[in-house]
Design a protein around this ligand. Structure first.
Ligand SMILES: C[S@@+](CC[C@H](N)C(=O)[O-])C[C@H]1O[C@@H](n2cnc3c(N)ncnc32)[C@H](O)[C@@H]1O
Ligand SMILES: Nc1nc2[nH]cc(C(=O)O)c2c(=O)[nH]1
Ligand code: SF4
Ligand SMILES: [Mg+2]
Length: 214
């Protein structure tokens, strides 16, 4: 059984593939935070901008098997008449608590490229087409390579230097949105300064928030 908080069609807002049309599947639950505000300040990950509790969001629900969830997600992709490869982004919550080879293969049989956004604490199943890892300072990293390392910056316990020699094709620095913790704005200026001083790192803005889309 897969537990899905919500699913929607939008543009990938972040990272090296920002701007690409994508079906998002947001799984319920995370291993680094319960999702309850009362637990935020004592959790391993404390800056999360996402509600991933339950399965009550848009197009959310519980799905008995990979075929049922794959068909549900496929129906969110527009008729692109073969000119654009369908793209699904599995996120959460922590998607690697639930994503398995049958679901990856079911999406690929339907013609989708499969992307994942993970906190990097769990080993990914085989077959993922685009792996984005976003390390969290208080959590041990279990993944040492992938397509994209997307670090939310700054995190006192996760300086970029710790990750720069890992086996990733893209290194992205993403400003921390401070509003989930009751602040205002983002840490954009600090990210700009770091990327200027360390050209290995590319700036990743959360462009969906700028565009006002999901
Ligand atoms: C909500 S997480 C879900 C996937 C996975 N649990 C993870 O952490 O990568 C999706 C992405 O949003 C990033 N993110 C979460 N809260 C953020 C914030 N306050 N500001 C900027 N990025 C944030 C995460 O680091 C991750 O790259
Ligand atoms: N548009 C959009 N792009 C995203 N990229 C990663 C997201 C996530 O929450 O994992 C996300 C999201 O929530 N919305
Ligand atoms: S690991 Fe990801 S989903 Fe979990 S609390 Fe942190 S940012 Fe949110
Ligand atoms: Mg998001």
């Amino acid at each position: 059984m897969y537990h899905v908080k919500e699913a929607f069609y939008s543009l990938q807002g972040e990272g090296a593939r920002a701007g690409r049309a994508s079906v998002f599947c947001r799984f319920s639950g995370c291993n680094l935070w319960s999702g309850r505000e009362a637990d935020r300040d004592t959790s391993i990950c404390r800056f999360c901008d996402t509600d991933f509790i339950g399965s009550d969001g848009q197009n959310g629900g519980r799905f008995a098997d990979a075929e049922a969830l794959a068909a549900h997600l496929c129906a969110l992709w527009p008729d692109s008449r073969g000119v654009a490869t369908p793209y699904v982004v599995f996120t959460g919550g922590e998607p690697l608590l639930q994503l398995d080879p049958p679901l990856i293969q079911a999406m690929q049989r339907l013609g989708f490229e499969v992307a994942v956004e993970t906190n990097g604490t769990l080993l990914p199943p085989p077959g993922i087409d685009w792996l984005c890892v976003s390390p969290k300072g208080r959590a041990e990293l279990a993944v040492d390579g992938g397509d994209e390392l997307k670090l939310v910056y700054p995190q006192a316990e996760a300086p970029p230097e710790r990750f720069q020699a890992l086996d990733f094709a893209h290194f992205c620095l993403q400003p921390m949105d401070l509003t989930p913790r009751g602040g205002t704005g983002t840490t954009l200026d600090a990210c700009v300064d770091y990327c200027l001083a360390h050209p290995q790192w590319h700036l990743s803005l959360q462009t969906h928030k700028i565009a006002g889309i999901d």
